[in-house]
Design a protein around this ligand. Structure first.
Ligand code: PMP
Length: 364
């Protein structure tokens, strides 16, 4: 039987492996597998979500104007310098759709966010991966050297998912000076709110007319899924020069940011101070988890996001199985033969994870 044939780049796409979710049977697992915020929405955000539910028989504002304006205002930008999408992964997909494609290359570090190879392959562009340096850090020198006349875009993930370290301001400054102007630089700051190292690059320094006068090719990608706790609603955004964002905006699936998501995001911006206070609590927990693991003999790369990386190499499945065998099961995210990423949860959840790890007879 002859069937319509998909494009070869689609048939061979690597699959995105979501964090484990646990099953309906047995006690609810401790879910540390998806870098989610352990805290439920603030009451004010829940109320906005419930109220938005009253009008879901209407289409959302296709341009998410109120949200775009709020983000623009907060950043001191005109609205044309902001793009929103159904998660930052969608915004990145739109950017790559607009700029990458057959005959063009996309450079990114590896291991990094697992959507990068998928989104790159979707466009038909050629991925160019640059191994992480020691300690799970980006090797920005090597990444700059990997750029060619065919490079369309380069992704810099700071802090890096899944290893944790952030790129420093000095490293990024030297990097953007080396990257030729035809290359789009996407600074993926999905976890920026959790950063505590003051040496870290600040995307804010690369946003706005002054910054774009020197480096017009830098786009800063952010999300409401992590610090703002809206992973289930899908809102991401990016700041960039209007001329750069317009082609990406043309790729956005119409009405893909739901009205509920738009109103929840607006309510979250209103409650920002309260949400960022909660982030401080998660960062404090991260410090406690890191100190405890280190004291217990584990070697953990500098965690600047809401997760820690345990480089278990060939013992990765063993480690994840051990966590999963606890009661309740502890779900973490394995990367076969590389390591395990474990999200910072509530204090009780972290204590359970620390106790389980302490019970192992080996360390990495
Ligand atoms: N960038 C990085 C580095 C991430 O880890 C994630 C989520 N895992 C995203 C982007 C996408 O997040 P979202 O689509 O939920 O905004």
């Amino acid at each position: 039987m002859v069937l319509p044939q998909p494009l070869p780049n689609i048939s061979s796409l690597p699959s995105y492996v979501p964090g484990a979710r646990g099953s309906a049977a047995g006690p609810a697992p401790i879910k540390l597998s998806s870098n989610e915020n352990p805290l439920p929405p603030l009451p004010s955000v829940s109320r906005a979500i419930a109220a938005a539910g009253e009008s879901v028989h209407r289409y959302p504002d296709m341009f998410a104007a109120d949200l775009v304006n709020a983000l623009a205002q907060r950043q001191g930008l005109p609205a044309v310098d902001v793009i929103v999408g159904a998660g930052s992964v969608a915004v990145l997909a739109h950017l790559l759709q607009a700029y990458a494609g057959p005959g063009r290359e996309v450079v990114y570090a590896w291991r990094s966010f697992e959507a990068y190879p998928i989104l790159t392959a979707l466009t038909g562009a050629t991925p160019v991966t640059v191994p992480l340096a020691g300690g799970g850090r980006h090797d920005l020198d090597a990444m700059a050297s990997a750029i060619s006349d065919h490079t369309a875009a380069v992704m810099v993930c700071s802090p890096n998912n899944p290893t944790g370290p952030a790129v420093t301001a000095d490293e990024f400054a030297a990097f953007v000076d080396r990257v030729p102007p035809h290359v789009l630089i996407v600074l993926d700051e999905a976890y920026v709110e959790f950063v505590s190292d003051p040496a870290t690059v600040k995307g804010d320094d690369y946003i706005g007319a002054d910054a774009w006068a020197t480096h017009p090719n830098v786009v800063v990608l952010r999300t409401m899924s992590k610090a703002y706790g809206l992973a289930g609603l899908r809102v991401g955004f990016a700041f960039g020069l209007a001329e750069i964002l317009a082609p990406a905006r043309a790729c956005v699936t119409p009405f893909s940011v739901s009205s509920v998501a738009q109103l929840a995001a607006l309510a979250s911006l209103t409650a920002e101070a309260e949400l960022l206070e909660r982030v401080e609590g998660i960062v404090a927990e991260r410090g406690r988890v890191l100190a405890s693991l280190t004291a217990d003999g584990w070697s953990i790369p500098d965690p600047q996001g809401n997760f820690v990386w345990i480089e278990a190499r060939d013992r990765t499945s063993e480690l994840v199985a051990h966590l999963g065998s606890q009661s309740p099961a502890i779900l973490a995210r394995p990367f076969t033969d590389e390591g395990v990423r474990m999200t910072i949860g509530s204090r009780e959840e972290n204590d359970a994870a620390l106790a389980a790890l302490a019970g192992l007879s080996w360390r990495v």
